[in-house]
Design a protein around this ligand. Structure first.
Ligand code: ATP
Length: 448
């Protein structure tokens, strides 16, 4: 994995319309990315599967969408205003700034070793004002996480959805952190999406729930096609835990720049509900029918950055084959001009998240009309379908391999009314009767 080259992935992502720097025509804005047509399709597929797995298919988790802007008092009570700080150091020679817990392994660009200043505290929340007057009273922050919206709505959501403990609240939403140093592409950005669940349990049930969540959180990551050998757990040492956490375990992924946090699981105890209860004066307790007592639930929080997950699935799926893997050279439409012998990229994405599921490719122009008919018909079952009639068939296969399309349907029939279905990973080709095509693809793809 280490030899997977991040620069190549960054340039592929831009070239193929997955991810590009934000505001690029003005020179960009650091740590901000835009998602192109394939990128947003991949991202939406990941979010859809997450939502289906944890909200729709679950009996005890409900979804919400809380606002990005919240009353500043929320951030004071949660401890973010005072305690959400990064340690900032600066090299006295090259003036680059770094997070003190993430120092570079490389030498200083002015020569020799870096010489760092003492660490200063830096709060990465973006400030903004609500209303026309810019004063201390109107100031608040862009949220750096989605969790607080689940805590402030806890009682209301529990009552309206008539849930009893244990139950969870889930949401996916934009979060913002003015990171000291943005690097490593989508790994550390300033605007990103978090998918997280606050799972409320009775005090005492928290440790068991934590272990169960660790298992299902890992299963979810693996279900998107990430290889098990590329992830590992990192148990935070007691002395390094965040102010609210009793236990934290990260699932790390083996990115091209080393094993780093992909997702985290924390036992937040009753820290947040207690803090909001005290600060707001509102009763946030749960009435336990069994003991006839009011309790403040404990919270297990599985949290996941969608961009970090996207980068992990891309890195895991990305294969560059030097010299190409040999498109069927007996195919008369592929020839030397196709550059078949140059290196070739294949994105082995899990078909559930692939931005395009099927590409319909008429072999020659005179089959275009028939091809379009088939394309339209297939599109009624699977939305994510492409039609491509330009260039040789070898080139078109490669284009689809590069964006991770699991199946190509080549319209190449003469008399036999059969088409060719080609598998991205094995390059195996099967002749399938048009009448059977939908069933054939359905067996392979299901109806995503
Ligand atoms: P790190 O230590 O890497 O800064 P963190 O521990 O501060 O991360 P959390 O506060 O646990 O991260 O955030 C929840 C999730 O949001 C993380 O597991 C990660 O997937 C994602 N995340 C956090 N910061 C960023 C960022 N700057 N860019 C992209 N994703 C992020």
């Amino acid at each position: 994995m280490q030899e997977k080259n991040l620069e190549k992935i960054v340039s592929w992502a831009k070239r193929r319309g997955f991810v590009m720097p934000g505001s690029e025509i003005y020179g960009g804005i650091s740590g901000i990315y835009d998602f192109g047509p394939y990128g947003v399709a991949l991202k939406n597929n990941i979010k859809k599967i997450w939502w289906k797995t944890f909200v729709e298919d679950s009996d005890d988790i409900v979804g919400i969408e809380s606002a990005i802007l919240m009353n500043r008092k929320v951030w004071q009570a949660s401890g973010h205003e005072k305690g959400f700080v990064d340690e900032l150091v600066e090299c006295k020679k090259c003036h680059q700034r770094y997070k003190a817990d993430d120092l570079p392994e490389t030498k200083c660009q002015s020569g020799g070793e870096h010489e760092f200043t003492e660490a200063k505290q830096f709060n990465p929340m973006f400030k903004t004002h609500v209303g026309v007057i810019e004063s201390d009273e109107s100031m608040t922050y862009l949220r750096p996480e989605t969790a607080q919206g689940m805590f402030t709505n806890f009682k209301q959501v529990m009552e309206t959805s008539r849930k009893k403990l244990p139950f969870g609240i889930a949401q996916i939403g934009k979060s913002f952190r003015n990171e000291i140093n943005t690097k490593d592409f989508l790994f550390r950005v300033r605007e990103f999406e978090i998918a997280e669940i606050e799972y409320f349990v009775k005090p005492g049930d928290d440790e068991k729930a934590f272990d169960e969540w660790l298992k299902s959180w890992e299963e979810f990551v693996l279900s998107l096609g990430i290889k098990k050998e590329n992830i590992k757990h990192y148990e935070h040492p007691k002395e390094g835990l965040s102010h609210y956490s009793k236990r934290t375990v990260d699932i790390q992924y083996n990115y091209p720049f080393g094993y780093k946090e992909l997702t985290g699981l924390a036992n937040r105890t009753d820290f947040d509900l207690k803090a909001h209860q005290e600060a707001s004066g509102k009763d946030l307790t749960y009435f336990d029918e069994e003991t006839k007592e009011k309790v403040l639930p404990y919270v297990i929080e599985p949290t996941l950055g969608i961009e970090r997950l996207m980068l992990a699935v891309i890195c895991d799926a990305f294969e560059e084959i030097q010299g190409g893997r040999g498109v069927d050279k007996s195919d008369p439409s592929t020839n030397a001009q196709d550059g078949i012998d140059m290196s070739e990229i294949v994105l082995h994405l899990s078909q559930s998240i692939a931005p395009v599921k099927i590409a319909v490719l008429p072999l020659v122009k005179k089959l275009s009309e028939k091809g379009r008919e088939i394309y339209k018909d297939l599109k009624t079952c699977w939305g994510e379908i492409e039609f491509d009639e330009s260039g040789s068939i070898g080139r078109r296969y490669r284009r689809q391999d590069e964006i991770g399309t699991p199946y190509c349907v080549t319209i190449d029939f003469e008399e036999d009314r059969k088409v060719t279905v080609r598998n991205r990973d094995t390059m195996k080709q099967e002749r399938v009767d048009i009448k059977e095509l939908k069933n054939h693809l359905f067996e392979k793809l299901g109806n995503f």
